[in-house]
Write a protein that binds this ligand. Structure first.
Ligand code: FAD
Length: 509
């Protein structure tokens, strides 16, 4: 028997034959994430453990046979992070229990394979929320995926990215012992997991945004907040297409409304134009689209405070914008005053920014920049797209941003990328251009967050890390994963000795 077959038998004896498979149709079902560029990649086996202890045993077996592993939650990754060529694909979605919702002390303990939709709806019935509700893919994406991808989503203007609500994790280290550790307050075996900092250095951070390279997260301790009962949505269109004004207004909103802002999103003019062309139920009059649209969602614990926030927003916006309604371009769109919070809104609003002209899908390049850098990065991005226009896949649309999402303090997420057909003939062209565009963003100081394979590799290729940083990263990786078995392709960290410098691409501007 091969080492893969031996490992299969041993894992089967740990988790039972129902929860492991090497059948082709299952491998095919797990062979993709949501992108057009990666080829189908089949793992040697799909394994679906139910407990931390089972994962620890699987890790020991993987180390015994030196077989690599990739963790997977909902598989809704956009950058090739939760697919494995060969090796063990660890599907964590059977680990979907809520262990504790502590209503008095505002924290919860959950298994990392639970979906956001499941957790948030159960919290909602108790008048509680995690603040940031996870990604637009939250009906299938998991808490573990959100922590590993440093995911931003509904609520991020106020509550930050998913790791910002994390108080600690339980992790299986990918070492030969399959060591299980807990971080945050839970590292004190006498303490409840109610806070993150204090017991030891912040080892939770080692596993946040690690795209499953440092450990397999099995449980998470998360902050809870009382649900904010009053929310209102307003839309404003800028009088002209001017990113300097966008910066000015974002700055004013952040400095004058701050806590009241739940989400501030700016939809750029080119995207509005594309969306208005694609609408099914168009108004007779052509919409007057002059500039980007701000969507401003404010929330407050008291209705009177909400009114004050709305007044402030109106004052800030009145000179440079006009009130806007999406009904001006789509008769089926709800009016701002009729907007009501529900999970369908939280988990659907993002789709149109990711797949702007279906069935093409995006090579996404979402990244963060300081708000003051919006105008210059918009120009840099347009110059790049123009310069390399012949290298994009055919009929691809590349946009600086499909939406600009304000984060806490003074930075924002630029959601964007270019789209391509999900066909074999275009994959290499798409992949080359994807890495090239990512390198360009990294070199203008952009900071990506879901790093998967395409983005983490591009950071290395752009020569963004100092040699000292790479050495530190490799040493930390070696401490938790001496055989380099977990997610080996990410960051080009194939093994401890591997020379990352061979991947650096220098010839571009
Ligand atoms: C329609 C759509 C909308 C989206 N909207 C957003 C959005 O609003 N914001 C955003 O940031 N992203 C968004 N995404 C991208 C992605 O879905 C999210 O980042 C999401 O958090 C991924 O969660 P998942 O459970 O599907 O993770 P997976 O795809 O399963 O995994 C993501 C990464 O995390 C690792 N991983 C997963 N679980 C674990 C674990 N338990 N332990 C260790 N490593 C693990 C994987 O190896 C992989 O690298 C969207 C994607 C789609 C398709």
């Amino acid at each position: 028997m091969s080492k893969t077959q031996d490992a299969y038998k041993e894992i089967e004896s740990v988790i039972g034959s129902e929860f492991i498979t090497d059948k082709d149709f299952m491998k095919a079902a797990y062979s993709r994430n949501v992108d057009p560029a990666f080829p189908d990649r089949w793992a040697d086996m799909i394994v679906r453990p139910e407990s931390t202890e089972e994962i620890s045993e699987i890790v020991k077996i993987a180390n015994k046979y030196k077989i690599h592993m990739v963790p997977r939650g909902g598989g809704a990754d956009l950058v090739g992070g939760s697919v494995s060529k060969g090796g063990i694909l660890l599907d964590l979605t059977r680990m979907n229990k809520i262990i504790e919702i502590n209503e008095n002390d505002f924290y919860c303990e959950v298994e990392c394979g639970i979906t956001w939709g499941n957790l948030v709806s159960q919290l909602h019935s108790k008048g509680l929320t995690t603040g940031v509700l996870g990604p637009g893919s939250g009906f299938s994406a998991t808490i573990g995926g959100g922590l590993s991808n440093s995911t931003a989503g509904f609520g991020s203007t106020k509550y930050g990215v998913v790791p910002d609500i994390c108080l600690g994790v339980e992790v299986v280290l990918p070492n030969p012992q399959g060591t299980i550790i807990r971080t945050g307050a839970a590292a004190n075996k006498y303490a409840k997991p109610f806070c993150r900092y204090g017991v030891a250095p912040d080892f939770t951070g080692v596993f946040m945004g690690d795209v499953g390279t440092m450990g397999i997260k099995t449980k998470a301790f998360l902050k809870l907040f009382p649900e904010t009962p009053y929310k209102a949505q307003r839309y404003y269109m800028l009088h002209k297409n001017d990113y300097n004004k966008v910066v000015e207004l974002m700055y004013k909103l952040q400095s004058q409304v701050r806590d009241g802002l739940h989400d501030v999103l700016v939809v750029p003019l080119p995207l509005l134009q594309i969306l208005s062309m694609m609408v099914e139920n168009k108004p007779q009059k052509r919409p007057r689209l002059k500039g980007p649209v701000f969507s401003i969602l404010v929330e407050a614990m008291d209705e009177r405070i909400l009114e004050i926030y709305l007044e402030k927003v109106t004052q800030i916006m009145e000179n440079d914008t006009r009130p806007f309604e999406y009904q001006e371009m789509d008769l089926d769109a709800p009016l701002a005053k009729d907007w009501k919070f529900n999970l369908k809104y939280a988990y659907n609003y993002f789709n149109k920014y990711i797949s702007i002209v279906p069935p093409k899908i995006s090579c996404t390049t979402c990244h963060k920049i300081p708000i003051s850098a919006i105008p210059e990065t918009a120009e840099a991005s347009a110059a790049f797209d123009n310069r390399y226009k012949t290298e994009f896949p055919s009929q691809s649309i590349s946009l600086y941003a499909t939406v600009i999402f304000l984060m806490p303090n003074g930075h924002c997420v630029i959601v964007g990328g270019f789209n391509a057909d999900n066909v074999e003939e275009q994959r290499q062209i798409s992949m080359n251009m994807w890495h090239k565009k990512l390198r360009n963003q990294i070199r203008y100081g952009g900071v990506h967050y879901w790093l998967g394979e395409s983005i983490s590799q591009s950071i290395v290729e752009a020569d963004a890390y100092t040699p000292e940083f790479v050495q530190f990263f490799k040493d930390v990786k070696k401490a938790v994963d001496p055989n380099y078995l977990l997610s080996p392709n990410k960051f080009h960290l194939y093994n401890y000795e591997h020379d990352y410098k061979q991947h650096i691409i220098k010839e571009e501007d």
